[in-house]
Design a protein around this ligand. Structure first.
Ligand SMILES: NC(=O)c1ccc[n+]([C@@H]2O[C@H](COP(=O)([O-])OP(=O)(O)OC[C@H]3O[C@@H](n4cnc5c(N)ncnc54)[C@H](O)[C@@H]3O)[C@@H](O)[C@H]2O)c1
Ligand SMILES: [Fe+2]
Length: 392
């Protein structure tokens, strides 16, 4: 096992709940409670600012992410953001948006590095200096409670730029936001596709944390169980009542994705995330969707290899919520997911037959931190190839 996975398994904390978590009704309540004003930077999107913040006329410095680019954070985007928001112009950061904005706000709370590239390659220290308040507007990543900020950076080999790019996570407990405010109303404008794929991502966070063989604790299990229960019930309602059924259940979805984030910060994600990274990175499939493309198949294989153990407890939970026999739980859950969002074969994302071998090798080489958390141990390259082949 690699040193990083070993260190994670040796972590004696039973749970890491760094931020204080609030739930509020709107931006006005947040502004009043925290006394927002001119020394506060609000990082958000214009399409979230207009309906949810503008009318309160709170005199903060509003900065729209689209000014720097709408894609996932990159070295260039972060440099542009730094230039647009001088470090001495604010005391606090309030981030209101999806996972990308959550990741960006973590950097705004830290001392400016001489170079973003050096920061991500761990040659400059992470120094947290300003308070960060994170308000998620999607219900998936759980990034508002995690210690990681992901960015696309210029790739290096032996300290020399390769000319290519890669995705790297800056990891430090110092970048966990100080406060989290859940405002379920903010999710109302999120279109169905990013909504449902982010919810499925959160279901996978809960499931992988629940099945995590050595890093989970009784406490992390409590967070995953509640997250899974809430999400399955919400998905069941959408499967029966259609897309609009989500609108009466936003508080539960937002809370569940937050709980799942806390669960996986301790227990870790597993094979689904490991195998989804090459797919997302190569073919730019959004994170929740690339996880979904592999989730059902991986659960079937877990059942084939070890149907009892923790998976039996998972199936009992699914059976209780979806009203089926525990023996049928994985099949019924996958059928319900198909009803709420059509599962596409990998080739429809551009995946080629040769990727079956190449991606499996990449998972083996680069995702040990995640596959060491697999419910089936050891998770071999052959099993990865089988999943890619059967999802192809
Ligand atoms: N730090 C972590 O722990 C962590 C974990 C997983 C993913 N991530 C990162 O998070 C990002 C993905 O996050 P995401 O799934 O939330 O996607 P996202 O932040 O890209 O948001 C998805 C889309 O929905 C839009 N949107 C967000 N909220 C909206 C709302 N309320 N109404 C209308 N539109 C809205 C966004 O502008 C975007 O176009 C990636 O950059 C990924 O690397 C971070
Ligand atoms: Fe995820």
């Amino acid at each position: 096992m690699d040193a990083f996975s070993k260190a994670l398994q040796a972590d004696t904390r039973t749970i890491i709940t760094a931020p204080v978590i609030y739930q509020m009704k709107d931006f006005g309540q947040l502004a009043e409670q925290f006394g927002l004003g001119e020394r506060d930077v609000v990082l958000t999107n214009e399409f979230i600012y207009k309906p949810f913040m503008e009318s309160f006329n709170i005199p903060c410095q509003y900065v729209f992410q689209e000014k720097f680019g709408t894609q996932e954070p990159s070295e260039e985007m972060i440099e542009t953001m730094y230039a647009a928001i001088p470090y001495d112009s604010y005391d606090r950061v309030i981030a209101i948006g999806g996972g990308a904005i959550m990741d960006l706000c973590k950097l705004l709370g830290c001392k400016r590095p001489a170079s973003v590239h050096e920061l991500y390659f761990k040659r400059e220290p992470v120094v947290h200096e300003k308070e960060v308040i994170a308000v998620p507007t999607t219900c998936g990543t759980g990034s508002e409670v995690t210690n990681i900020s992901v960015a696309i950076v210029k790739d290096e080999k032996d300290g020399v730029l390769t000319g290519g790019e890669t995705k790297l996570g800056l990891v430090s407990d110092d970048i966990i936001p100080n406060k989290v405010v859940l405002i379920p109303e903010f999710v109302r404008t999120l279109p169905y596709r990013p909504f449902i794929t982010s919810v499925i991502d959160a279901l996978i966070h809960g499931t992988e944390s629940f099945l995590s063989p050595s890093r989970k604790t009784i406490t992390s299990e409590m967070y995953s169980v509640r997250a899974i229960e809430l999400i399955l019930e919400g998905l069941r309602r959408i499967a029966e009542g259609g897309e609009e059924a989500r609108l009466d259940y936003l508080t539960e979805f937002v809370t569940a994705s937050n709980l799942a984030g806390i669960a996986f910060l301790k227990a870790g994600c597993g094979t689904v995330h490991a195998m989804s990274f090459p797919l997302g990175g190569t073919y730019h499939v959004p994170h929740g969707e690339s996880n979904y493309a592999l989730f059902g198949k991986i659960m079937e294989i877990y059942e084939e290899y070890n149907p009892n153990g923790e998976l039996m407890r998972f199936k009992e939970m699914v059976a209780r919520i979806l009203g089926c026999e525990k023996e049928d739980a994985i099949k019924v859950m996958n059928e319900m997911l198909e009803k709420v969002y059509h599962l596409k074969p990998l080739r429809e994302y551009g995946f080629k037959e040769s990727d079956i071998k190449d991606f499996a090798a990449s998972v083996e080489a680069n995702q040990q931190r995640l596959i060491t958390n697999s419910y089936v141990q050891p998770w071999t390259q052959e099993l990865s190839m089988r999943v890619y082949r059967e999802c192809f």
